[in-house]
Ligand binder design. Structure first.
Ligand code: C5P
Length: 212
C-alpha cells in the first residue's frame, strides 16, 4: 500500500500523513525534510544556496535516517529548502532516495509537493490537501503561540504566499494535483475530520482492491 499526499505549506498534510501511517501500519516519509536536510547541511557548512552542483553533491550524501524534524522545522530552513528545491539535479538525487523508501515493505505514506505526480505516480491513493493561505497562516500562528513564542500573523501570511508562489511556479516538478488525486480542502476541517475523510477514501480503495 502506497499513499501519496501533496499540498502547500501548513495545509495539514504532514499531521495527516503521520496519523494515516500509524492507522494502516505503514512507514512514513515527510519529503520536505529531505529538502530541508540539504538546505541545513549547506547553511551549516557556509556553502552557497545557489550552486547546483554543490547542492546536488550534498543531496547525494543525505542520510534519510538522520533527519531530525525538531531541528529542521525552523522557519529559515524552510525558506532555504524552497530555494534549493527549484534545482533539477537536487530533485533527482532526492527523488531517487524517496522512491527507494517508498518501495520498501510493508508500504509507505509519503508527503510533499510532487509525490503523486513525480515520485510515486503509481501510488494506490493520492490525496491533495489544501486550505486557504489565511487559514494556513492562522494555524502556523497558533502553533508558534502555543509553543510559547510570539508570531506576527501578517508576516507568516506573506511567507506562506511567497513559498506557494515559488513552489507552484517553478519549472521542475511544480506543486499541482495529480489527475487522479482526491482533493481534500481542510479550510473548515479540524485534523480529526480531515483524518476521517482521508481514511474513508483509503478504505474504499482497499475494498475495491480486495474485490479485484
Ligand atoms: O513541506 P516543507 O515545508 O517541509 O517543505 C520545504 C520546502 O521543500 C517546500 O517549500 C518545497 O519547496 C520543497 N519541497 C519540494 N518537494 C517536496 C517536498 C518539499 O519541492 N516533495
Amino acid at each position: 500500500m502506497l499513499i501519496a499526499i501533496d499540498g502547500p505549506a501548513a495545509s495539514g498534510k504532514g499531521t495527516l500523513a503521520r496519523k494515516l501511517a500509524a492507522r494502516y501500519g505503514l512507514r512514513h516519509l515527510d519529503t520536505g525534510l529531505t529538502y530541508r536536510g540539504v538546505a541545513k547541511a549547506l547553511l551549516d557548512a557556509g556553502l552557497p544556496l545557489d550552486d547546483e552542483s554543490v547542492a546536488e553533491e550534498t543531496a547525494h550524501g543525505l542520510d534519510l535516517g538522520g533527519l531530525d524534524r525538531a531541528v529542521l522545522s525552523a522557519h529559515g530552513i524552510g525558506e532555504a529548502a524552497s530555494k534549493i528545491a527549484v534545482m533539477p539535479a537536487v530533485r533527482q538525487a532526492l527523488v531517487d532516495k524517496q522512491r527507494a523508501f517508498a518501495v520498501t515493505p510493508p508500504g509507505a505514506v509519503l508527503d510533499g509537493r510532487d509525490i503523486g505526480t513525480v515520485v510515486c505516480p503509481d501510488a494506490d491513493v493520492k490525496l491533495y490537501v489544501i486550505a486557504t493561505a489565511e487559514v494556513r497562516a492562522a494555524r502556523r500562528w497558533r502553533e508558534i503561540e502555543a509553543g510559547g513564542g510570539t508570531a506576527d500573523y501578517a508576516g507568516i501570511l506573506a511567507d506562506i504566499q511567497r513559498r506557494d508562489a515559488r513552489d507552484t511556479e517553478r519549472a521542475a516538478s511544480p506543486l499541482k494535483p495529480a489527475q487522479d488525486a482526491h482533493l481534500l480542502d481542510t479550510s473548515e476541517m479540524d485534523i480529526e475530520t480531515a483524518f476521517r475523510a482521508a481514511s474513508a477514501i483509503i478504505d474504499a480503495k482497499r475494498i475495491e482492491r480486495n474485490a479485484n
